[in-house]
Design a binder for this molecule. Structure first.
Ligand SMILES: Cc1ncc(COP(=O)(O)O)c(C=O)c1O
Length: 390
């Protein structure tokens, strides 16, 4: 039978990406392609301990259905944590738990986008968000990013000419570019948002993964009424737990809850109970030291190998202060062809073009993950890659 798929499925780029991720399991493959935490910092021993604590403390509640908004002890732990780290002033019932950040992005997308509506994303931006937005068939406009974040001149031009439903931005250690929006850019963006009544989706899963300097104010703290703030526990707890959270103006939060009642009903309660103990029991803080220390070493090693081995080339290497990715741009070769050469030598990365929504994507950039590759393989992999980069 001929299956009658929805129109948006044909835009999914399924096969190309699937090809990339198919080779990653090959023995001996050095993969800079993923975006996963290092297994060394997944808190197995802590979880082993927390398992009996939550069963003792909550009994069968952790195995029952619960409310969409989230498990109360986790909402409590998250609000305290966010108030301390982000300078927010939240009560527990203003924080909502989602099935990963991805679920919150999906719910927001369904809540706001009608077919043909215009939204703005950064160029490049997070692949899975593009995929999520496309389900609702919007017109996705894009604005370039540089070392200081989103280009505000391009943004204002779009805002003047179009009715925009929302802007989706990743201000900290952006995926894929590693760039962080400067304070000045944040303030100017907020001014523009006020002037044009622009709703901002602030996706901030890497906030904690800062290896140098101090954190900048979130867009939400600068403009609470116009920002939906989305966070994740994937990089600071465990991605397999599928836990994220969001904070939004009341009217929006209520509607997101209603949308989610038709998607995931609620995030996994057992995982939420574990996360609440992980945060309120002080494990997160200790774990974050380990995570940052390990990732900083890997980032420094990757950058020094790249700088050394690509020193006589025009290639631009991003200098992230945190996050999980280094971005190479201004590469003379087509990076999809480069990818095909690299995997023959057991090295993988993601060609840049998949992170662009415009019709002429950038084929001269690529993304490297440094968190899930050990030191020995970083040296080996960058050596192979630099020989392929003419
Ligand atoms: C920018 C960005 N947003 C959201 C996510 C998804 O996070 P989660 O695992 O919480 O769904 C990721 C994961 O890599 C990401 O890079």
């Amino acid at each position: 039978m001929k299956y009658k798929f929805a129109n948006h499925v044909s835009n999914m780029n399924i096969s190309a990406i699937r090809e990339i991720f198919k080779v990653l399991g090959k023995p001996g493959m050095i993969s800079f392609a993923g975006g996963a935490p290092a297994p060394e910092v997944l808190p197995l021993d802590i979880i082993n301990k927390l398992n009996s604590i939550i069963i003792e403390k909550y009994g069968t509640t952790v195995l029952q259905y619960n409310v969409t908004e989230g498990f109360v002890p986790l909402r409590q732990a998250l609000s305290n944590y966010l108030n301390t780290t982000r300078g927010f002033d939240l009560s527990a019932n203003e924080v909502f738990v989602s099935t990963g950040a991805q679920n919150a992005i999906d719910a927001v997308s369904r809540l706001f986008i009608d077919v043909g509506d215009k939204i703005i994303v950064e160029s490049p931006t997070f692949l899975a968000s593009i995929k999520t937005f496309r389900v609702s068939s919007p017109a996705i406009l894009s604005v370039s990013v540089d070392e200081e974040g989103i280009n505000l001149i391009e943004l204002e031009t779009l805002l003047k000419q179009n009715k925009i439903k929302f802007l989706y931005t990743i201000p900290n250690f952006q995926n894929p570019s590693g760039y962080t929006m400067s304070l000045d850019r944040r303030q100017q963006l907020v001014e523009l948002a006020k002037r044009y009544e622009l709703l901002i989706i602030e996706d901030d899963p890497y906030y904690e993964l800062r290896y140098y300097g101090s954190n900048l104010p979130t867009l939400r703290s600068l403009l609470p009424d116009q920002v939906i703030y989305i966070g994740s526990l994937s990089k600071i707890f465990a991605p397999g737990m599928r836990l994220g959270y969001y904070i939004a103006p009341d009217q929006i939060a209520e509607k997101i809850t209603s949308v989610r009642q038709g998607i995931d009903v609620h995030a996994n309660i057992y995982a939420q109970a574990l996360a609440s103990e992980y945060i309120s029991g002080g494990y997160l803080e200790t774990q974050l030291q380990l995570i940052r220390n390990l990732y900083r070493v890997r980032l420094e090693l990757m950058l020094s190998e790249l700088n050394q081995k690509l020193s006589n080339k025009e290639i631009k290497i991003s200098q992230p202060l945190g996050g999980m990715f280094v971005w190479l741009s201004n590469i003379s070769q087509d990076t999809v062809e480069l990818y095909n050469q690299a995997i023959k030598q057991n090295v993988a990365f993601v060609p840049g073009k998949y992170f662009f929504v415009n019709e002429s994507p950038n084929n001269h950039s690529l993304r490297l993950n440094f968190t899930n590759v050990n030191e020995e393989n970083i040296i080996k992999g960058i050596d192979i890659l630099s020989k392929i980069l003419k």
